[in-house]
Structure formats: structure tokens, C-alpha cells
Design a protein around this ligand. Structure first.
Ligand code: ADP
Ligand code: MG
Length: 601
């Protein structure tokens, strides 16, 4: 879509993605080869353990999207393993109706699991962290109680025979290959998601929820899809588990097992596929080496968890991330290329006007904004200044749809903006940055910027899951656009670096690049010059001017009076939520009250 002839931008590309993708796939390929050739060098005993690791990973792979990517503390996922195990076994055994073919029973279990995944997951949309964790544990208890009580179907405490899959999967190694194949497919699918706009959006929800919404990412929509997928894989793992055990009773589905899944993802590391995969293998194999310790497993998990939190919060993934240990160049300069903006922003920034009319908003007794009028014109920079606490950020939050005003109205081209959903403003091409940068620290700079273009992708979740052509087209488009945005703000040489290794000033420019991905009709900047050097402020000023010249209306909240007076067409001064003055920079500079109250003579 966008022609990348720019030498700087294209030079940075291979190092950013090419080697990274190969480096990430290599360990997985090694595991694939080991897995396929395992029967050649391992005995039957290890075959059972390897099969168990595969079964656990089928569950953990899906759960990884919930825990490691979306950051939801789903501890009780064993509930879905139980649902899947019993659905498959009961249907294959014919306890309720004529026996079904085991494959059909397994597929139905997947569908039932997907539905249950959403039911278990739904509280995550309202509850946070530990409250959600407790509800998932509650579900695990409920499912076990139902299994015990519904003895006519499930066999109650006596249990039910697990399904036997037909030849060639009826032998020990045959069943191993069946489970290994499913585990490999789950790895491939979740790795596809991790590299897609959906995976990046999940990490944005996890680490920078407000920024995710400002970029048009709908948290409820995305989480429901992920719970569907994760529920389905967990239930399929349950069917395999029942077959591996050959006979299941409710005792087999302990909270310990649930904690094992959760911890294998934590020791693996957030936002990684390889890490949790190794974590799952480790936790499956470990008890075999230390059989006497099995009685201590709960205690060991607790110690392991503490050790991870304290010693290596990034888990195995961080341990293996050699690239991020290479020192960065220390004298880095951010040199924006405003000439690239025309190409990046295109011609389709529909000229319009953004107005606030008598907008008011209070927090308890504090009138944060109190009857504010404001007009932002396309192609102009509108400065918003005032002392701390005068309501600047709140004004920005009202425009970006984060707060609903209690009085007055915000209009875009005369049409009142409603605040039905936080993520709606991005679709109107209203973009913003934050007073404190909101970045996904564990993602690369490039990935952070690509998050800004999430809503421009066309492929569905399933298309990304299966790496279908539209997924690749989206990735290529987002990658090229993000590189162009990074070049425009002067950070393309850092594209492949983890964002949490950057300096504060660089984070501010990343946020601008991310906002530019929306091709904004309006761009709201909240103190972008805070923490920047004088030289950086000058370059920022030139960049903002160029953005406005490309047709975007800019609202600039700033404390640096020089920057405001240099580049703004119009300035509004706030004090205690009210407009103290408005006019051209020259008028404001000589406004007696403003000088007394704010500019300080
Ligand atoms: P500024 O950005 O100009 O420094 P803000 O818009 O952040 O000011 O804040 C304006 C006033 O509203 C302050 O008194 C602040 O304490 C209050 N305020 C802002 N957000 C909230 C909130 N979420 N809850 C309660 N009070 C808030
Ligand atoms: Mg503020």
C-alpha cells in the first residue's frame, strides 16, 4: 500500500523483523524434530510423560493467550479440562445417547468448552485481577460438584472410562503422535496470533488498557474471542487427558493441576509462546526426576512462583532473550523526518471541526472543567495551557471519549459525539498521546507503533489463527506503515528494541508515531515536551507543525510557553476548569491576567 523507497526506513527493516522471526521459530523447530523422533530414543515410560506434556500444552497454549497475553489471572482453568474430559468420555461411552465416534465426541467437547470458556471468562470484563482469579476457582469447584452430583451420567465418584481413539492412534506411540500433532497445531496457531494485530492488541489491553482503547481496541470483543479459543483447546485437552488416564474420576482434576498450568505460563514469561511451552514441559517432567517430592508439589509450586516473581519476573522468555542484553548506543538522537508525513497521513484526513460547547465535568466536589468552549480546526495547532490541575488532561479525556461530560456537548462537524464505548473515537480518527507514556514495555518499539494501526487490519481472528492471506497482507501493511511512522518521528533505528529499554523522551515520540498510525483527523497531545531536552523540544515543534500542515487538527497541552507561542495558531488558557483567556499567541502573551496568574510576569 505504501511505497517504502525511503532508504532509512527500509534499511532498518531486515534487522527488525527478518532475523527476529527466524530466531523465534528456530527453538520451536528443534522441539518439533525432538518430538517427532522421540520414539527412536525414548522408552515407553517417557512416551507417557511426553504424551502428558503434549496434553497439558494443548490447554496451556490456549490459556497462554488469556494469562500471558491478555494478562488475566485465570487460575481455575482446570474447570474446562474437566468439562472436556467428561463431555468426551460420556458421549463416547454412550451414557446419555447412543455412543458417538470418539473424534466427534472430542469435537463436541471443543464446542462445549468454547461456550464454557466464555462463561468462565465473562467476569473478567467487570472484575479485575484477584477477584477474577477467585471466580475462575469458583467455577472449578462448581464443575466438580456437578460431576459428583450427576452420577447417572458421569458415574459420580466412581467415574467413567475415557475414550479410546481408533487406529492408528490406539497404540501408545500412536496416541502420542495424535496428542503431539494437536500440540504442534496449537503452538502454530497461537504463534500466529502472537505475531498478529490480535496478539499485540491483547498485550496492549494487558499493559496499557487506556491506550489500547484510544487506539480503537475493544477489550470485551477481543477477550470473548480469546476465551472461546482458550475454552475450546482446554476442553480438547480434557478429552485427550481422559483417554490418557483411561479412566477418570473427579479426583483427577485438582486445583494443583490448575495451578500447574498457570505457573507454567508464568515461569515461561508473559507474551511469549516458547517460554510457556518450555515451562509446561519443565513442570510435567520435573516430578519424574524428583518422585519423592510429589507430596510437596503444592509447596514447590508456591516456592517456584515466589522465585519467579522475585528473581526473574520475565520468566524463561527473558532468560532466552539474548538480543535485549546487547547494549544500546548511548548517544542517540531523535531526528524526525517531517517530510514523510504527507505520505504517512495521506490525503484522506477529512477536514472537519471539533468543538466543545459549555462542557462541564466534576469529580465529587472538584469541578475539573466548568463550562468550557473550544474549537479545534483542521490544519491548525491549538494550544491548551494552564496551571497544574486546571483541567487540561480532563478536557483531553472528554474529547477522546474516556469521560462522558456531565454538561455541554462535544461535536465533530456539528454532530454530537456520544460516548457509547471508549474505543469508538479511534474510528473517528481522533488520536491521542498520554501525559505519562502508556507503552507495552515488553513489546518492541515497532510492535508498539503497529498497535496504533490495529483497526486498519482487515483479517479476522480466525484468519490470523490459520495464517491465511489476509493476515499476511495486514501484517505487511501495518509493518510498512509503522516503519514509515517511526522514520517520521526519527526512531526507525530502534524499531526492533524492547520499548522498556528506551529513554523517556523516546517513549514520547513512540506515542506520537503510534497515534499517527490512525492517520488522525485530530491529534490530542498531552504535554509531549515534558522531560525533553531543548533540542528535542525544537524538533518536536517542527514535527507538530508538519503534522498540522498535513491537514490534522492538533490540540497541544503544554507547559513550555516557548513551544506554545512558537507553533500555535490559537491558544486557550484554563484556570480552575474555566477559560481564562483565548486568542492568538500574541494576544495571550500580552494578556494581563494570564501573565499574572500563569506566565508569571
Ligand atoms: P491538568 O491536566 O490541567 O493538570 P487535570 O485535568 O488532570 O489537570 O485535573 C483537573 C482536576 O480534576 C484536578 O483537581 C484533579 O485532581 C481532578 N481530577 C482529574 N481526574 C480525576 C479523577 N479521575 N478523579 C478525581 N479527580 C480528578
Ligand atoms: Mg494533565
Amino acid at each position: 500500500m505504501i511505497d517504502m523507497s525511503t532508504t532509512q526506513a527500509s534499511r532498518a527493516r531486515p534487522s527488525a523483523i527478518g532475523s527476529g522471526a527466524l530466531g523465534a521459530a528456530l527453538p520451536l523447530l528443534v522441539l518439533l524434530v525432538i518430538g517427532v523422533t522421540l520414539p527412536l530414543f525414548a522408552g515407553g515410560y517417557w512416551g507417557v510423560i511426553a504424551t502428558r506434556a503434549c496434553v497439558y500444552w494443548v490447554l496451556a497454549a490456549g490459556l497462554n493467550l488469556v494469562v500471558g497475553f491478555a494478562g488475566q489471572i485465570a487460575i481455575g482453568w482446570v474447570a474446562l479440562l474437566t468439562v472436556g474430559a467428561y463431555t468426551t468420555s460420556v458421549l463416547a461411552a454412550g451414557n446419555v445417547m447412543p455412543p458417538l465416534h470418539p473424534y466427534l465426541a472430542l469435537a463436541i467437547a471443543g464446542v462445549v468448552g468454547a461456550v464454557c470458556g466464555v462463561i468462565v471468562g465473562l467476569p473478567a470484563l467487570r472484575l479485575r485481577t484477584f477477584y477474577f482469579a477467585i471466580t475462575t476457582l469458583g467455577f472449578a469447584t462448581i464443575v466438580t460438584q456437578i460431576v459428583l452430583a450427576w452420577a447417572s451420567v458421569t458415574g459420580g465418584g466412581v467415574g467413567v472410562a475415557g475414550p479410546i481413539f481408533p487406529a492408528p492412534f490406539d497404540t501408545q506411540w500412536g496416541f502420542y503422535y495424535f496428542c503431539f500433532g494437536l500440540a504442534a497445531i496449537c503452538t502454530w496457531m497461537t504463534a500466529n496470533i502472537a505475531k498478529s494485530r490480535f496478539g499485540r492488541a491483547l498485550t496492549a489491553i494487558r499493559d496499557a488498557e487506556v491506550a489500547a482503547e484510544a487506539n480503537g481496541i475493544s477489550k470485551p470483543g477481543l477477550l470473548v474471542i480469546v476465551f472461546l479459543f482458550s475454552g475450546a483447546t482446554a476442553a480438547i485437552a480434557g478429552g485427550l487427558f481422559a483417554s490418557l488416564q483411561s479412566y477418570i474420576t473427579p479426583d483427577a482434576f485438582t486445583i494443583d493441576l490448575s495451578v500447574l498450568f498457570f505457573i507454567s505460563i508464568l515461569i515461561g514469561g508473559r507474551g511469549s509462546i516458547l517460554g510457556p511451552l518450555l515451562g509446561t514441559i519443565l513442570l510435567t517432567v520435573l516430578p519424574e526426576f524428583a518422585a519423592p517430592l510429589v507430596a510437596w508439589s503444592t509447596f514447590l509450586y508456591a516456592v517456584l512462583l515466589l522465585a519467579i516473581v522475585l528473581v526473574m519476573p520475565g520468566g524463561i522468555a527473558e532468560l532466552l532473550d539474548f538480543k535485549s542484553r546487547r547494549p544500546l548506543e548511548s548517544n542517540r538522537a531523535i531526528i524526525p523526518r517531517p517530510d514523510l508525513l504527507k505520505r504517512l497521513l495521506g490525503q484522506d484526513t477529512a477536514p472537519g471541526t471539533l468543538t466543545l460547547e459549555q462542557v462541564a465535568l466534576s469529580f465529587g466536589g472538584v469541578r475539573a472543567i466548568d463550562g468550557l468552549d473550544l474549537t479545534i480546526l483542521p490544519g491548525q495547532v491549538h494550544g491548551l495551557i494552564g496551571p497544574n490541575g486546571s483541567g487540561k488532561t480532563t478536557t483531553l479525556n472528554v474529547i477522546s471519549g474516556y469521560y462522558t461530560p456531565q454538561g455541554g456537548v462535544a461535536r465533530l462537524n456539528g454532530v454530537a459525539l456520544t460516548t457509547l464505548a471508549h474505543h469508538a473515537r479511534a474510528h473517528m480518527r481522533i488520536a491521542r498521546t498520554f501525559q505519562t507514556p502508556r507503552i507495552v514495555g515488553e513489546a518492541s518499539v515497532l510492535e508498539n507503533v503497529m498497535i496504533g494501526g490495529t483497526i486498519d487490519g482487515r483479517g479476522t481472528f480466525v484468519e490470523s489463527l490459520l495464517a491465511l492471506p489476509r493476515h499476511w497482507r495486514d501484517e505487511k501493511m501495518l509493518h510498512e506503515t509503522a516503519m514509515l511512522a517511526l522514520s517520521a518521528v526519527g526512531l526507525e533505528q530502534l524499531a526492533g528494541v524492547r520499548a522498556d529499554r528506551l529513554q523517556h523522551s523516546e517513549l514520547r515520540f513512540i506515542e506520537i508515531a503510534r497515534a499517527l498510525m490512525l492517520r488522525p483527523a485530530f491529534l490530542l497531545l498531552d504535554e509531549p515536551a515534558a522531560g525533553l531536552s531543548a533540542e528535542e523540544i525544537r524538533r518536536l515543534g517542527a514535527l507538530v507543525v508538519a503534522i498540522s500542515q498535513a491537514g490534522t487538527g492538533v490540540l497541544l497541552v503544554e507547559h513550555h510557553a516557548d513551544l506554545i507561542f512558537d507553533i500555535c495558531h490559537h491558544v486557550t488558557v484554563l484556570n480552575l476548569g474555566k477559560m481564562l483567556a483565548a486568542g492568538t499567541p500574541a494576544e495571550i502573551r500580552s494578556h494581563r491576567e494570564v501573565v499574572n496568574a500563569y506566565l508569571g510576569g
